[in-house]
Design a protein around this ligand. Structure first.
Ligand code: SAM
Length: 460
């Protein structure tokens, strides 16, 4: 999401006549888009800004320095008090105001700007794209469908930094997707903190074109309201995006397990452009911890969703987020997380050591787990998850898979990189002629979270 927000700010500045600097050493404006999910991310951003102030600003006092995003939102003016070299602090509902704020600072109209206020309709302002920025972005693009989060998980700072859920309308999102496809994009990832809550609460998307039931004429006369006939607003959005000619693949991130209804599972079976890939944050395998986290589902329900997904799409790639060392997590609770990871066999998992965040209920909970224990559990879970993932990667050797070619590999430009439908990276000896193509490759070997392929059949 931060990558997408940064891209929209960069595109907005380019449209105003700015150019992207190859390095911060020769940039006239340096904006750090920040994350607050863990303390480490905040410390890193502050350390980076201190270095910029000491290196860049000392030699070129005219350089404008700014913080954007979540940390800017949660700390506001405090950041300028702490780091007086900072000129601009823009919150999460103000990305679209970056260019006008810079104008005011550069022309001297205002010396410093802090703007972290809420803004109506800001959910519809992340829309500009930089398609010629890197080869990758011209094939695949992120589209922000909503802002904010109402889940109130006890560990999470996001509801405080991103505000209440607000959704864009389906026509607005579809128009942006169409425009991207007309500019060569083949794959779209729909983005939101909790995409499965799309259209359920506030924002311009609410109560307009989004309905919580399938339109009446589609229902049989007996009014069959079994779960699969009820379409959530998110599934209605998937249907609408799926209609776009020229679009080859649809992804989304991230859903909440609670929002994985049968209509969404059906969508995987029904919509060929919806790829076989799901990122389902489970956070813990222990029901006791899930309850303390306020997640709204139990282990059994989560396992039931995985089973249904695999029944609908046996080759689906499933990834997750897990927190270790949540307050009160005992060794027994942690072992339940290990057993869940063994049972599900995730294709990959992002594992986080619990980080105390201010204003969140978990920060005040008793039995905070010592740092050493968090680190030990992190290591044990990582070992297990990586071992399972490596076995699953090896199982691809000899198989033929379809990839969408994104462009030259960053590490070795002689190689090209693409993604399978189940979201695995494939490297192969390719050239510019392959860029943006859907093609079949045969997997010959594996590396760390990478597959190596040989073009087998070209879909020209
Ligand atoms: N949509 C996601 C969900 O369903 O929970 C939330 C996305 S969150 C920004 C990304 C991940 O960061 C979470 O899934 C969680 O694993 C991790 N995270 C959030 N707060 C955390 C904290 N206080 N300490 C450690 N990890 C945290």
């Amino acid at each position: 999401m931060n990558e997408r927000d940064s891209e929209a700010v960069a595109a907005q500045l380019v449209a105003k006549g700015y150019t992207l600097a190859p390095s911060e050493k020769n940039a006239d404006v340096i904006l750090l888009n920040t994350c607050s999910v863990r303390d480490f991310a905040e410390k890193k951003a502050i350390g980076k800004m201190q270095n910029l102030a000491a290196d860049v600003r000392k030699n070129r006092p005219e350089v404008v320095l700014g913080f954007l995003g979540c940390m800017a939102q949660s700390r506001g003016r405090e950041l300028i008090d702490k780091l007086p070299d900072v000129d601009l602090v823009l919150g999460t509902q103000k990305f679209h105001r970056a260019a006008e704020c810079l104008d005011e600072i550069i022309t001297g109209a205002r010396e410093k700007i802090v703007d972290v206020a809420e803004e109506e309709n800001s959910e519809a302002t992340i829309r500009e794209h930089l398609l010629n920025g890197s080869a990758k972005t011209s094939v695949s693009a992120f589209v922000s469908i909503m802002q904010g989060c109402n889940q109130r998980c006890t560990f999470c700072i996001v509801p405080f930094t991103r505000g209440e859920e607000r959704s864009r309308t389906i026509p607005d999102i579809v128009a942006e997707c169409r425009e991207l496809v007309s500019r060569g994009v083949k794959e779209i990832t729909l983005l939101g903190q909790i995409v499965t809550s799309y259209g359920r609460r506030g924002g311009s998307g609410r109560g307009t074109k989004v309905e919580s039931r399938a339109p009446a004429p589609l229902l049989p006369s007996t009014l069959d309201l079994r779960p699969s006939t009820i379409k959530s607003p998110f599934v209605q959005l998937l249907d609408a995006v799926h209609e776009i000619d020229g679009l080859e693949r649809i992804r989304f991130t991230s859903p909440h397990p609670k929002g994985y209804g049968d209509d969404l599972i059906d969508a995987y079976a029904r919509l060929p452009k919806l790829v076989e890939s799901a990122h389902l944050p489970v956070q813990s395998g222990s029901d006791r911890v899930l309850k303390l986290m306020h997640r709204g589902y139990a282990r059994k329900r989560f396992l039931g969703i995985i089973e249904k997904l695999r029944r609908a799409k046996p080759d689906i790639g499933i990834t997750t987020d897990i927190i270790v060392g949540f307050p009160g997590e005992t060794e027994t609770d942690f072992e339940e997380t290990l057993s869940l990871a063994r049972e599900v066999e995730f294709d990959n998992a992002y594992i986080f050591k619990y980080s105390q965040r201010r204003d969140t209920p978990a920060a005040e909970m008793p039995d905070q787990v010592p740092q050493k224990v968090r680190e030990d559990r992190n290591r044990r879970l990582l070992e297990l998850v990586n071992g399972i993932a490596a076995r699953k990667y090896d199982a691809f050797i000899g198989r033929q898979v379809q990839i969408l070619v994104e462009g030259p590999s960053r590490k070795n430009p002689a190689r090209y990189t693409g993604r399978t439908r189940c979201n695995r990276i494939v490297l192969f000896d390719g050239g510019a002629r392959h860029q943006g193509r859907l093609m079949d490759v045969k997997i010959t070997r594996t590396g760390s979270f990478t597959l190596y392929g040989d073009p087998a059949i070209m879909n020209l």
